[in-house]
Design a protein around this ligand. Sequence first.
Ligand code: PEP
Length: 253
Amino acid sequence: MARIPVMAGNWKMNKTVDEAVDLVKQLKSSVSGVKDVEVVVAPPFTALYAVQREIKGSSIHLAAQTLFWEKKGAFTGEISPLMIREAGCEYVIIGHSERRQFFGETDESVNRRIKAALGQGLKPIFCIGETLKEREEGKTFSVIERQLEGGLKGFGEKEVLPIIIAYEPVWAIGTGKTATPQQAQEVHRFIREKVGRLYSKDLAEKIRIQYGGSVTPENVKGLMEQDDIDGALVGGASLKSETFSKIVRFREI
Ligand code: PEP
């Protein structure tokens, strides 16, 4: 079964509302006509609604960068699944390594967030990945296994199907150091096999696994040639339509 590649731009804490609208306007025209690639952008919360208005009727999909699991209440500074859904999001990034590193997210809280997202009909982009220290200590696969089991705990096959898994080695994020296509493929294969053991071979074949970590127009083709890489989660290179649209158009490189 062919999996449709998904290219997602994580804008992180960048772009004012005006800048976000400008960027997505340019992106709309630079990716128009691209077939068989799903394009997702994840602006900061403040720009979600304005970007949603701009992409209406286009093939670009909207994501938030995180959420909180409660529906509403006294949780100052947090945002609920309902709120981001209402702002027009279809996807939500969950468990990004920056959230794990700077905001104390754990496998358990990631699991609660995924559950809340699914409950609101949002499709999670579930991030996992090892640090440099863990890789050097030979712990890559055990870390990935722990994050997968923890993040997906309690979910049945039907709930897991809409989830996109993003393998993002922490040492490759924002560092300019990309995993080689072979290094990435090795972990992607491992993830797919693990999903197969946890659920079924059928689900493992269907689920999409993105690579993230310093993806650029220069390295995207080699990554996308790998059997188990189904797209990219892109930080820095998604902040300009020129570079992100080249990544989206990886087949033309
Ligand atoms: C990311 O933020 O998920 C990411 C992969 O960033 P960058 O592409 O800048 O490494």
